[in-house]
Design a protein around this ligand. Structure first.
Ligand SMILES: [Fe+2]
Length: 673
């Protein structure tokens, strides 16, 4: 192959280069004669495509430990590399674990490019393909996929395999232009068994440094986090997906640790500062997840900057957070601006401490307890109660003098709203790790029981209700329309409408959230079922039903949890007792989950979306079981399709759907048999 010319090249930081497409290729580029032999075991990737730029990534592993390696990057307009527009010499080394990022500018808009990396002795990476965004004034429909939660151990990557095969067969207009990955790209902790005691589908090899517990093990060091990314990226289907489409990635909790906030882990009863771990997690993310960060000069985003930790808790917490900033805005022509946020690094601690509800005699956090704790000193128009209205009524309100909770942190929240307001795009997509749709249990609907509604989890936006209200009210108050959220984290498909409830707007729809199931991570139903089976017999009718079949044996489990979220606890108690879903349907909907339209809590899968001037279409795809290895791409179990017409001014979105193909989950379809 011909090595042509060295281009304008500058080194931004370790393993990160900025290059521009030259007007004409000229001189040859040669690798130095003494370059070590390299391979590319984690494949290639591209990221954050814009109209004239993209980031290209690989990891160039030397065959023996060495200080530096050299490699070439080539970019072509054709897949056979007969029309090369750039080749350039790059280098990388152990400081970035031999990963290398190339920020490439000067590309043509809305254009497909192919790229590859070359080492000495004829070694060559797999071929990557990427696609730039339409130019700023270009009226072009956008087709994309969004995913989250790809545990390596709990399932195989059949979702990636199916997405790749279907996209290959799709028409030009339907082909995926990029993938939005909403976090949990890796899982820092792995469990020795599934919740039902069976073995995981596969196992991450032992950590270099990680902590081993009786039932799980977890990453603690830079070497551990690098080990996770390398293990995940050794999977052929994930590699193929990264080679096929540019990715836009944000993190959720597991890129650092479960249910984290700021630089704290929450494994135990009280939060523990883990600034060194956060710093290591950030460094590994920046090495293995390419993104445009430093290059967005008018945005807060910036790449990894190593910082010194000095042992002071407050300083170390902030220093570790400051080492990497990933919230940013990207644009696709006239029709789409994407604003992606970081809902972990700047959030306030969980509003209700662990075990507080239990100590007050509550089965779970109530909606009111969460409102009091999250609202802090501003609760009830700045009149928070002195004592919590539970138990003996003598427990002081721990949030009485605290500021209201925040999931984004004030600077990011201001940037987010300012960016939305300044956007003129038809659609403003919020790439949001955490679901906005509610997941509450309407116990108050049970007559005479005197119960209050419960909040299933306070880790997602449900734990930050005052800020969510502020955001939705701001959309209404500022007249910002066309905002939709794509989220992940919950390990279930879900879709619903969000409302503003300010006095001037009454209750009106302002946005819609589509929350994507885990690509391979165990479904939320699996976890909830385990809780129900673990001695919580009162809870069981809300979660599942095990009917007997005609021969007297047990037939398939019915995921009653779907009904509980959509139609409420009275409906699911009734269904579990009688088996008649028509009676149960009269008892809904679940008023504690306003706007919730669809859930499929047993799902694994992915989502597809298409934006144009008139409408947004979303398909939520549920895959067949992904726990076994496969050769042929697994099949789709069913698709739920939605549509939102572009709305004007104060009309608000109208969510149409779901329409199903290939069957429907309970209670939209018949119970499984
Ligand atoms: Fe997850």
């Amino acid at each position: 192959m011909s090595m042509t010319r060295r281009t304008m090249l500058s080194l931004i930081s370790t393993g990160t280069f900025s290059l521009a497409i030259p007007a004409r290729l000229a001189a040859r580029v040669e690798l130095p004669a003494d370059s070590p032999i390299i391979s590319f075991p984690q494949g290639v990737a591209s990221a954050d495509p814009q109209a004239d730029s993209v980031v290209l990534w690989t990891r160039a592993e030397p065959d023996a430990a060495t200080a530096q390696v050299q490699l070439l990057v080539q970019v072509s307009r054709t897949e056979d590399f007969t029309d090369i527009v750039l080749d350039a010499l790059l280098s990388t080394g152990p400081d970035s674990d031999y990963t290398v990022r190339t920020y490439l500018q000067g590309l043509a808009p809305d254009t497909t490019y192919y790229y590859r990396f070359l080492g000495p002795g004829g070694t060559c990476s797999r071929r990557g393909r990427t696609r730039t965004a339409p130019a700023s004034g270009q009226e072009k429909a956008v087709a994309m996929a969004f995913v989250s939660c790809q545990s390596y151990e709990q399932g195989y990557y059949g979702s990636w395999a199916r997405m790749l095969q279907n996209d290959e067969e799709a028409g030009a207009e339907d082909k995926i232009q990029f993938v939005l990955h909403l976090g949990d790209f890796i899982y820092e902790r792995s469990w020795h068994k599934r919740v039902d005691g069976s073995p995981q589908s596969r196992y991450v090899p032992p950590f270099p440094d990680g902590v081993d517990m009786e039932d799980n093990r977890y990453a603690i060091s830079l070497a551990d986090y690098r080990h996770l990314y390398k293990t995940y990226l050794n999977d052929p289907w994930l590699q193929a997906a990264r080679a096929q489409w540019p990715f836009i990635c944000i993190w959720d909790d597991h890129e650092f640790c479960n249910n984290n906030f700021q630089s704290y882990h929450t494994y135990g009863d009280t939060p523990v500062l883990a600034a060194k771990r956060k710093h290591s997690a950030n460094q590994a993310w920046s090495e293995f997840i390419p993104a445009v960060l430093n290059e967005l000069r008018e945005q807060p985003a910036h790449g990894f900057e190593a910082v010194q930790l000095d042992g002071d808790e407050a300083r170390d917490n902030l220093a570790a957070l400051g080492s990497l900033c990933i919230y940013r805005k990207l644009s696709w022509g006239v029709h789409l601006d994407m604003i992606v946020t970081d809902t972990r690094s700047y959030r306030s601690p969980p509003c209700v401490p662990k075990h507080l509800a239990e100590s007050l005699g509550l089965a779970m956090n109530t909606t009111k307890l969460v409102e009091i704790a999250d609202g802090g000193r501003q609760y009830n128009d700045n009149n928070p109660p002195e004592f919590l209205p539970y138990g003996d009524g003598k427990t002081p309100n721990p949030a009485r003098t605290r500021a209201p909770g925040s999931c984004l942190g004030k600077p990011q929240r201001s940037w987010f709203l300012d960016t939305l307001q300044a956007s003129t795009a038809t659609w403003k997509l919020w790439g949001n790790a955490l679901p906005l749709i509610p997941m509450q249990l309407d116990f108050s609907s049970i007559p005479l029981a005197g119960l209050e509604d419960g909040v299933v989890s306070i880790d997602p936006w449900a734990g930050y209700p005052s800020e969510l209200r502020y955001l939705m009210d701001s959309l209404a108050g500022k007249g910002i329309n066309g905002v939709v959220s794509f989220s992940g984290d919950h390990h279930m498909h879900g879709a619903g409408t969000l409302y503003s409830t300010t006095a001037d707007s009454a209750t009106r729809a302002v946005s819609v959230d589509f929350s994507c199931a885990g690509l391979s991570s165990s479904s939320i139903f699996t976890d909830i079922e385990a809780v129900a089976r673990d001695g919580n017999t009162d809870f069981q009718p809300l979660v599942y039903r095990e009917p007997e079949d005609a021969t007297g044996g047990q037939s398939a489990l019915v995921p009653v949890w779907n009904m509980t979220l959509l139609r409420g606890v009275l409906a699911s108690f009734t269904y579990s007792a009688t088996g008649f879903d028509s009676i149960a349907s009269w008892l809904g909907p679940n008023e504690a989950n306003p706007g919730l339209r669809y859930v499929d809590t047993t799902a694994n899968g992915y989502c597809l979306a298409q934006f144009n001037a008139q409408e947004l279409r979303v398909q939520m795809i549920t895959m067949e079981d992904l726990r076994s290895p496969f050769v042929q791409a697994p099949e789709i179990k069913h698709r739920a399709s939605f549509r939102i017409a572009k709305w004007k001014d104060r009309d608000g979105p109208i969510l149409e759907g779901p329409e199903f193909s290939g069957g429907a989950p309970f209670p939209f379809g018949s119970p499984p048999v």
